[in-house]
Ligand binder design. Structure first.
Ligand SMILES: Nc1ncnc2c1ncn2[C@@H]1O[C@H](COP(=O)(O)OP(=O)(O)OP(=O)(O)O)[C@@H](O)[C@H]1O
Length: 408
């Protein structure tokens, strides 16, 4: 967890940083976090080939390597000595791989290539936030984020800082790896990150002599698991020795052997990622996927947004509630609850009384606010919102007598 600044000045700095991060992220249409439950399953390989594949489709793509201990991206892209761009206005731009693909990783910023990075959680968190706060990524269609394996500080920071990121989970067909996929899925559910789908890497073997696809290990486990759990399956990438050589030579497979079956498999993955991302965006825009937050006091809606002892969160899919949880908000400090709600992945807030400043902060975070809800049973209020009976009442916004915005 990030160390929360205790002073008012500290929380103001954090609020300003959050604002800048939100501004930068608003210029990035789609954010994809590439995850794996265990190491060595080819997560970086998938992230890099996916980023290049998207850039070859004329999308503007950023690749962010948040693996601070073992950054692979610069080596696999053949750009270990890449330099950040210093812009005329003094801002810093990411390292350029091609006109459509930019990246950033800790490695080129270290004094020596082999310098060990031994950081504690809060430092890792601030480094990742800086990759977004300090670096001007410009307008991007996709930001692909390569996280270290597991469910530690780095994926957690991304989930909190970029609450609208979609997770791409990489696995291999072996049982052990599939068990880890379940851990990644429960991590995503825990942090409310929507899962774009599962990729099965090292699935089957392309014979270098005859070019035939040989089922070396069991294949299809990732696909079966995705189907069982109702998660999209994004594609299979075969084992191909050229993937290793291409990665070591700094020329990723999809660019080095564009005619190969393996590059074809990556292209298929890219097409599926684009299609599923578009569908999920549409579901979000049209309100089929929501996470509604409500200040509650017991089962009823709380009178004041800023003083509610608890918040109830309702996950809505296809117009109905699929999960509900009740969480305790952070201590009352200006801006703390809107920031926390954004970290919790809220898309909508339904409240009774809510201050204009809180509404402004929530809207800046892309959260829709529906004030003026009746102080009734919260479950029933959600139902009436989903039926279109309650639509929010702007006149219920709370202002102090002298017209100053209230921070309820
Ligand atoms: N489809 C494949 N065929 C053959 N080799 C592959 C394939 N995918 C990945 N590899 C190789 O496996 C090794 C591990 O891949 P990679 O570094 O992408 O995994 P990772 O999951 O990101 O690892 P880490 O745990 O270090 O983050 C690399 O040498 C890579 O070239």
């Amino acid at each position: 967890m990030a160390e929360e600044p205790k002073s008012a000045a500290g929380s103001l700095i954090l609020e300003q940083q959050d604002k800048k991060i939100r501004e930068r992220l608003a210029r990035i249409e789609n954010k994809l976090l590439v995850l794996s439950g265990k190491g060595g399953v080819g997560k970086s390989t998938v992230a890099i080939n996916l980023a290049i594949g998207l850039s070859l489709q004329d999308f503007h793509v950023g690749l962010l390597d948040v693996d601070l201990h073992g950054p692979n991206v610069p080596k696999m892209l053949g750009l270990r000595k890449g330099k950040l761009q210093r812009r005329p206005d003094g801002s810093l731009g990411p390292i350029v791989y091609s006109p459509n693909l930019k990246f950033i990783s800790i490695e080129p910023l270290l004094p020596r290539e082999d310098a060990a990075v031994i950081w504690r959680g809060p430092m890792k968190i601030s480094a990742i936030r800086q990759f977004i706060y300090d670096i001007d990524w410009g307008d991007l269609d996709y930001l692909v984020i390569d996280a270290p394996p597991g469910t530690g500080d780095e994926p957690m920071t991304v989930a909190k800082t970029i609450p609208d990121a979609y997770a791409v989970i990489v696995t291999t067909p072996q049982e052990v790896s599939l068990i880890d996929v379940k851990k990644s899925i429960s991590f995503c559910r825990h942090v409310n990150m929507q899962i774009l789908g599962v990729v099965e890497n090292m699935s089957g073997f392309i014979c270098p002599h005859c070019g035939k696809d040989v089922d070396l290990f069991k294949v299809g486990g990732g696909e079966r698991l995705a189907r069982e759990l109702g998660i999209p399956f994004l594609g299979r990438i075969p084992v191909d020795p050229r993937v290793v050589a291409a990665g070591d030579a700094g020329k990723p497979m999809i660019a080095a052997y564009p005619e190969s079956k393996t590059a074809e498999a990556f292209e298929n993955l890219v097409r599926n990622v684009i299609a599923v991302t578009q569908q999920m965006n549409k579901d979000r825009q049209e309100g089929r996927i929501m996470r509604i937050a409500m200040p509650v006091d017991g089962p009823r809606l709380s009178e004041h947004f800023g003083q509610a002892p608890l918040f109830a969160f309702y996950n809505v899919e296809g117009g109905r509630v699929v999960a509900k949880e009740v969480l305790k908000p952070p201590p009352h400090e200006p801006g703390a609850i809107p920031r926390w709600l954004s970290e919790q992945g809220a898309t909508h807030v339904i409240a009774s009384h809510i201050g204009a400043r809180a509404v402004e902060l929530l809207k800046e975070a892309g959260i829709q606010v529906l004030p003026g809800a009746p102080k009734e049973n919260a479950d029933q209020v959600v139902e009436s919102f989903l039926k279109g009976e309650f639509k929010g009442d702007e006149s219920a916004l709370c202002q102090h007598e002298e017209g100053r915005a209230c921070t309820h």
